[in-house]
Design a protein around this ligand. Structure first.
Ligand code: 13P
Ligand code: SF4
Length: 308
C-alpha cells in the first residue's frame, strides 16, 4: 500500500512530511504534522530532518526552503500555486511600495519569495491582528496581498491599512444567498469563517479565524452544529476532533458535487505524487540566494512575534 511505502521511504531518507489542512485525507494521514500556515512555518523552522516534503502549495514550500536553505525541500506537484500569491506580481508590488516610501510593509504569507523579500514583516491569518497591533500607531502600513484579510484586520485593530487588491478564489467562491438559506434551514448552527472570505460572509460569522483557530473553536463546542466557510479539506481533521458535531460546508456560488469550495491547487497533490516525489527527490523547491537572504528577515520577525 502506498501509504506504507511512503512511511518507509520517509524513514530511510530522514524526511518529514508537513501537510496543510486542505490536503486530501490520505495525505493528512501519512503526514508527520498537519496544520495551518503558522504552525507549518514553525515546524519547518524547528525540524532536524534532512528533507522536508511539503504537502501544500508553492509559497508554503518556498517559506520552508527560506527557513532551511541547506535542506532539500520538495513539493509533490510543482504546479500547486495559489491565486492569492499570483495576484501580487513582484514588479507591480515594487512600484506600489516605491510610491509609499514611508509605509511599513506587512505581507500575508500567501505570496511569493520575491514579495516576502520586499516586506518588513510576514504574517498569517492567525497572527495578522497581533502583528499589525505590534507596529507603533503612527506608522502607516501597506498590507498585502489579501484585501479581505486586510479589511478584517482593519476592523479588528481600528487602523487604516493601505491594501493591495488581491484575493483567494476559493474564499471568494462562497454564495451569500445559498449561505442565508442554509442558515434558515439550520438556525441552531454556528457559522465559522476564514478571514480570506468576503466581508458580507464574515458578517454572518460567530467565529472568524485561521484553519487551526476554527478547529480550536469547534473543540470548545464539541456537540454543536457548524457551517464551515473555508476550503472543505479542513472537515477531515475537524470531524476527527469533534466526532459528535455536525459540520456543514458553506456552499459555493457554482453548483458543484460537494456543495462546498475546494482549492484546485491544494488538490493537485496526490498520494502517488507524494510517493514519487519522495522517491525521486523532485520536484525540488529552490530560492535564489539574494531573495532567500532578504525574505528570511520578515519571516523570522513573524516567528519571533508569534513565539508566545
Ligand atoms: P491558514 O491555514 O493559515 O488559515 O491559511 C489558509 C489558506 O488559505 C492557506 O492557503
Ligand atoms: Fe491560495 Fe486560496 Fe488555495 Fe489557500 S485556498 S492556497 S489562499 S488559492
Amino acid at each position: 500500500m502506498l501509504q506504507h511505502k511512503i512511511a518507509e521511504l520517509k524513514k530511510q531518507k530522514n524526511a518529514v512530511i508537513l501537510a496543510h489542512y486542505y490536503q486530501i485525507p490520505e495525505i493528512q494521514e501519512v503526514a508527520d504534522y498537519v496544520g495551518d500556515s503558522l504552525g507549518l512555518s514553525q515546524k519547518a523552522a524547528e525540524t532536524d530532518a534532512d528533507m522536508i516534503v511539503f504537502a501544500g502549495v508553492h509559497f508554503m514550500a518556498e517559506t520552508a526552503k527560506i527557513l532551511n536553505p541547506s535542506k532539500k525541500v520538495l513539493l509533490p506537484d510543482v504546479n500547486a500555486g495559489c491565486s492569492l500569491a499570483e495576484s501580487c506580481p513582484p514588479e507591480a508590488f515594487q512600484k506600489f511600495i516605491n510610491s509609499h516610501p514611508d509605509h511599513l510593509v506587512i505581507t500575508y504569507v500567501n505570496c511569493s519569495a520575491e514579495i516576502k523579500a520586499m516586506s518588513d514583516i510576514v504574517c498569517t491569518s492567525s497572527n495578522a491582528v497581533a502583528i499589525v497591533n505590534s507596529v507603533p500607531e503612527d506608522k502607516p502600513i501597506i498590507f498585502a496581498p489579501d484585501k479581505n484579510l486586510g479589511r478584517y484586520v482593519m476592523q479588528e485593530t481600528g487602523r487604516e491599512l493601505l491594501l493591495w487588491d488581491g484575493s483567494c478564489v476559493v474564499h471568494e467562491a462562497f454564495s451569500a444567498d445559498k449561505l442565508i438559506s442554509l442558515i434558515q434551514q439550520h438556525p441552531d448552527a454556528k457559522i465559522i469563517a476564514h478571514p480570506e472570505s468576503e466581508t458580507h460572509i464574515l458578517k454572518t460569522a460567530n467565529y472568524i479565524g485561521s484553519t487551526a483557530g476554527m478547529i480550536s473553536f469547534v473543540k470548545q463546542h464539541p456537540e454543536h452544529k457548524f457551517i464551515v466557510a473555508t476550503e472543505a479539506g479542513i472537515l477531515y481533521k475537524m470531524q476527527e476532533a469533534v466526532p459528535q458535531a455536525t459540520l456543514i460546508p458553506a456552499p459555493a456560488k457554482e453548483d458543484n458535487n460537494c456543495a462546498c469550495s475546494e482549492c484546485a491547487f491544494m488538490k493537485m497533490n496526490t498520494l502517488e505524487k507524494l510517493y514519487n516525489c519522495l522517491q525521486m527527490e523532485a520536484p525540488e523547491i529552490l530560492v535564489a540566494e539574494d531573495i532567500q537572504n532578504k525574505a528570511l528577515y520578515p519571516i523570522n520577525r513573524m516567528l519571533e512575534l508569534s513565539a508566545h
